[in-house]
Design a protein around this ligand. Structure first.
Ligand code: NAD
Length: 514
């Protein structure tokens, strides 16, 4: 492991004041137009060295109620503002995030353990979605549809939906908030955000920025409300709340199953972004240099803690031995250490529980007879060496998402078999093929190809752009966020028919009393 020259406390001391965070005092974990919090105090420790980063007063049930009431009131005023004016506020939010990009990136590193460039990359995603949303604010368009009745016009329009609940995971502690809240804001919605309790400080920093922008524009800042707390308390309040027409929840499949059920029971809508078990197929015609780079980045980037991390590869038997040996050699060169060091590529896992989960999965792999080709050791603290294992696709441990850098390697002879194995898992988020053969690429993208929400050719499984709709099938939850027409989930669709004739013709030619 590389030695550490930049300490957590030094970085925290420099950036906390700029982000409006308190190092020694208590940070309010509730924003409802003003800052408060009367729930239990959360001590946030950095995964980098275990040191105390800050203390946060979480939301009690009363705090939640206050924040929700404020968000609802803010929504009623916000929805009346023309969408391009809402877009102007979001444009300023994007600029404010730009100004603090370095500091925000650093706090993502301190709290989530991401390397600096990935921390900044996450902030860039927030900026990008703001830019996207600004353009969208002038394009929330419906359709005009041919009416079967003379003298009638039929159309479809989109109305603001209400207060959108956002539940987010630790590994994209702020991008997911921005994906949801920037779109929701231009759509005329307010948001109430319950971030991961593992990353509370960056959430507070972002809401402080949003608050400032709202105040400068005379907008009620409660359109960006915040309630920090645990899933089983604040998360449950939010999913059970009938005042919330849409809950967008990002996290594990287990969490999504619970939230999906609770929200459906009250006839709310949920947008679920859950676990993945992403695979790359490497064919004999592949550019192996590209494939190697994509697989290494996909499997060990963010220490294997991305929903789109590459977890399985299927390599054609004719090239498998040599290609896998080149991967093992590449793994041996990867610098592991503090994510605050510029040359580090692999930082820590989020906490001890994540380390234990990785160890437990590797134990299972060995029980099934898996061949560990490299890695899997605990270095120190939350730092582990990334691991490559020869395995079989139908082993329960391979079917399951372990949120750690374990890459399962499997061989194949026929492309149809590789595609079938790739699809034969409960999750359906991201997938890729490396090939220079047009027929193979097109087969992979055809109806009988990948069954995932994301299918790539000659790029890896992770690192999606915000312009496309993001999400996956099966146990990944079916939700779509970010680009394309994902905005429609944040609005209420309304079909409108206007009769400008002097008659009242009924649809389907029905005669009724005339
Ligand atoms: P997690 O499921 O433990 O927690 C996610 C969020 O859900 C947290 O805010 C948590 O407090 C909340 N939560 C937990 N139980 C809840 C309940 N009963 N009601 C309401 N909220 C509840 O996930 P995590 O460990 O933070 O993140 C890792 C997981 O997230 C992985 O499975 C990863 O694949 C997934 N993820 C998916 C995407 C995606 O877009 N598909 C993106 C990022 C992460």
């Amino acid at each position: 492991m590389k030695p550490q020259s930049v300490t957590v406390s030094l970085v925290a001391k420099t950036i906390f004041p700029k982000l409006g965070l308190s190092l020694k005092g208590l940070n309010s974990g509730v924003f409802s137009g003003s800052w408060s919090g009367s729930g239990a105090v959360l001590e946030k420790r950095s995964p980098i060295d275990g040191s105390l980063l800050g203390r946060v007063q979480q939301a009690s049930a009363e705090d939640y109620e206050k924040a929700m009431t404020a968000a609802q009131a803010a929504f009623l005023a916000w929805r009346d503002l023309p969408a391009p004016k809402r877009g102007e506020v979001v444009r300023q939010l994007g600029n404010a995030l730009r100004e603090l990009k370095t500091e925000l990136g650093q706090i993502v590193s301190l709290e989530a353990g991401k390397i600096l460039s990935e921390g900044e990359g996450e902030v860039q995603e927030m900026i990008d979605i703001c830019d996207f949303a600004v353009g969208l604010s002038r394009q929330l368009h419906g359709l005009t549809i041919a009416s079967e009745r003379p003298g009638h016009r039929m159309m479809e329009q989109w109305q603001p939906l209400g207060v959108v609940g956002i539940i987010s995971a630790f590994n994209f502690p702020v991008a997911v908030w921005a994906w949801n809240s920037a779109l929701a804001a231009v759509c005329g919605d307010a948001t109430i955000w319950k971030p991961s309790e593992k990353t509370p400080l960056i959430a507070i920093a972002c809401i402080k920025i949003a608050e400032k922008v709202c105040r400068a524009n005379g907008v009620d800042p409660a359109i960006f409300s915040l309630v920090i707390g645990e899933g089983k308390t604040v998360g449950e309040l939010l999913s059970n709340d009938r005042r919330i027409p849409l809950v967008s929840a990002t996290g594990s499949t287990r969490m999504g199953q619970r939230v999906g059920e609770v929200v459906a029971k009250r006839f709310g809508r949920s947008l679920l972004e859950l676990g993945g078990n992403n695979a790359i197929i490497v064919t004999p015609s592949a550019d192996l240099k590209l494939a190697k780079r994509a697989i290494v980045f996909g499997a060990v980037g963010t220490a294997g803690q991305r929903c789109t991390s590459t977890r399985r590869i299927f390599v054609h038997e004719s090239i498998k031995a040599e290609f896998v040996a080149s991967l093992v050699a590449a793994y041996a060169q990867l610098p592991i250490g503090s994510p605050l060091e510029k040359t580090t590529l692999i930082g820590p896992l989020i906490d001890e529980a994540a380390v234990a989960m990785m160890q437990a999965s590797l134990k299972q792999v060995k029980k099934f007879g898996g061949n560990v080709l490299c890695g899997g050791e605990l270095v120190k603290g939350n730092y582990v060496t990334p691991c490559i294992v020869e395995a079989q696709n139908d082993w329960p441990v391979v079917q399951h998402e372990t949120f750690a850098p374990i890459l399962y390697v499997m061989g194949y002879r026929e492309l149809d078999d590789a595609i079938a194995m790739q699809n034969a898992v409960p999750q359906g988020l991201s997938s890729a093929i490396f090939t220079t053969d047009l027929r193979e690429a097109e087969k992979f993208l055809s109806a009988r190809g990948s069954d995932c929400g994301i299918a790539n050719v000659n790029i890896g499984t992770s690192g999606a752009e915000i312009g496309g709709a993001f999400g996956g099938e099966k146990e990944t939850g079916g939700g779509r966020e970010s680009g394309s027409d994902a905005w429609k989930a944040y609005m209420r669709r309304q079909t409108v028919t206007i009769n400008y004739s002097n008659a009242l013709p009924l649809a389907q030619g029905i005669k009724f009393g005339d």
